[in-house]
Design a protein around this ligand. Structure first.
Ligand SMILES: [Zn+2]
Length: 219
């Protein structure tokens, strides 16, 4: 028997994400992301209010039932922004999680979401595959000792590495992440994928932190 639940955004009974909260995610917000073909990082929602609560419930409180509505909303964004088009082949690249956050959540949440997006886009005649090639390269103190200085400097500079550069070569790519705050993580993802000879069309995220908030030093 399923336990009753409330909307992840507003706690309205018997809904994973109610229609009103879903509507908050139907924007096509755009912020600059250099290194992409469109020049843009597109977002579904402003990261505030009920949209923010729904995302936190999903991301930090294990509400995995939100995978389905969020994947649907991101697939809509992919089509409405023009990043994904019917008849075209595109690889969706989930942003990496650190080992620590994967252990805390018990999964790579962006990979789960991106896989679902691919199924939904395939149903719309977009030839989409999930390409989970990015890794968080935040090093533990132990691995620092076993890495040479040049490698260490490179990894610390970027924080993100491509685990399979061959898989990216000459491919059309879209980076998928949950929240765009300053855009630094997305820029790193894009730079690494370009370095692996991929063409990044755009980045897509569920939420955009309002820019004034994103620019605060405390963020
Ligand atoms: Zn709601």
């Amino acid at each position: 028997m399923l336990l009753p639940r409330g909307c992840a955004g507003c706690d309205r009974p018997d809904d994973v994400l109610c229609d009103d909260c879903r509507a908050l995610f139907r924007h096509v917000l755009a912020r600059p992301v250099p290194g992409t073909a469109t020049g843009c990082g597109y977002g579904c929602a402003v990261y505030e209010g009920a949209a923010r609560r729904a995302m936190l419930s999903w991301k930090d409180h294990g509400d995995e039932e939100c995978d389905a509505p969020f994947a649907g909303l991101l697939a809509d964004l992919a089509c409405r922004s023009g990043a994904a088009r019917p008849g075209e082949r595109v690889a969706l690249v989930p942003a990496p999680s650190s080992r620590m956050s994967m252990e805390r959540r018990g999964r790579w949440h962006m990979r789960a979401l991106t896989s679902r997006m691919c199924h939904l886009l395939s149903a719309r005649d977009v030839d989409a595959i999930c390409l989970p090639v990015l890794r968080s390269a935040r090093l533990s103190s132990k691995s620092v000792e076993t890495t040479n200085a040049a490698q260490r400097a490179e990894r610390i500079r970027n924080g993100i590495v491509v685990a399979d550069a061959v898989a990216c070569r000459r491919r059309e790519l879209i980076v998928i992440d949950d929240i765009m705050t300053t855009g630094a993580t997305l820029r790193q993802c894009v730079a690494e994928l370009n370095g692996a000879d991929g063409t990044v069309r755009a980045a897509l995220t569920l939420g955009h932190v309002p820019e004034r908030a994103a620019d605060r030093p405390s963020q």
